[in-house]
Design a protein around this ligand. Structure first.
Ligand code: CA
Length: 235
């Protein structure tokens, strides 16, 4: 089981020094340990080399932009990524690209908003990565294996790459089989209430999960659609 050791470490990748310093100050005041990088290339390198509990990633960065950095981090790590953008338009772009960012925040934002989001994501991530030691860490159903500790998914022995939310959603459904959940319930459960987004996100994620674990997505063996109600994991 994952244990919290001391302070949570947060990586800020931000090229605007003043903003980075401000974020750092407020997060440190809230008890976090903060590390900063001011360009995409260095940020990515640091994110991959060291252990962080959360990453705050600016979109427009020299070296490598936030889109690319997010994609590359997400390919190997499932820690929460909070993307920061100066433009509202970018948020749609981030969502559309399905980079696996967990949340988005638009500049200018207040320090309290940032701290609240960070805390909420850490709490959620900690909960989902299993502070409950009584639960099984591996779920196995008809060739599908979900390793909750390693946060990895295998289908008939072959690993499938899942984003954070896809993993959380699949795990939640698999841990509560034969129960029909509405999209609203799933959105509330898996996505942070403070996150931007809407229940259509749930549909998109279910589709992506099915593409990874179903032989025939039109006839799903694991996650069934209950028309007009929601979804159910078939045990
Ligand atoms: Ca920037």
């Amino acid at each position: 089981m994952r244990q919290r050791k001391g302070m949570s470490r947060i990586l800020i990748v931000e090229d605007e020094q003043a903003i980075a310093e401000l974020e750092k100050d407020y997060l440190e005041l809230s008890g976090f340990e903060v590390v900063m990088e001011n360009n995409g290339t260095a940020g990515l390198k640091r994110a991959l080399a060291e252990e962080f509990e959360l990453i705050i990633l600016d979109l427009m960065l020299p070296g490598m932009d936030g889109f690319e950095v997010c994609k590359k981090i997400r390919a190997v790590k499932d820690i929460p990524i909070l993307m920061v953008s100066a433009k509202k338009d970018d948020i749609d772009k981030i969502r559309g690209l399905g980079l696996g960012a967990d949340d988005y925040i638009t500049k200018p934002f207040s320090a309290s908003e940032l701290v609240a989001r960070v805390k909420a994501h850490l709490a959620r991530y900690e909960r989902l990565t299993g502070s409950n030691t009584n639960r099984n860490t591996v779920i196995e159903i008809r060739g599908l294996k979900i390793d909750k500790t390693a946060r990895r998914v295998f289908l008939n022995g072959e690993e499938k790459i899942f984003t954070t939310k896809e993993f959380d959603l699949l795990t939640f459904l698999a841990e509560n089989p034969n129960h029909v959940y509405s999209k609203e319930e799933l959105f509330r459960e898996i996505w942070n209430m403070e996150s931007l987004g809407d229940i259509a996100t749930v549909t998109v994620h279910i589709k992506k999960i099915r593409e990874k674990i179903e032989v025939n997505t039109a006839k799903p063996q694991y996650i069934e659609t209950i028309w007009g109600v929601g979804y159910r994991f078939k045990m």
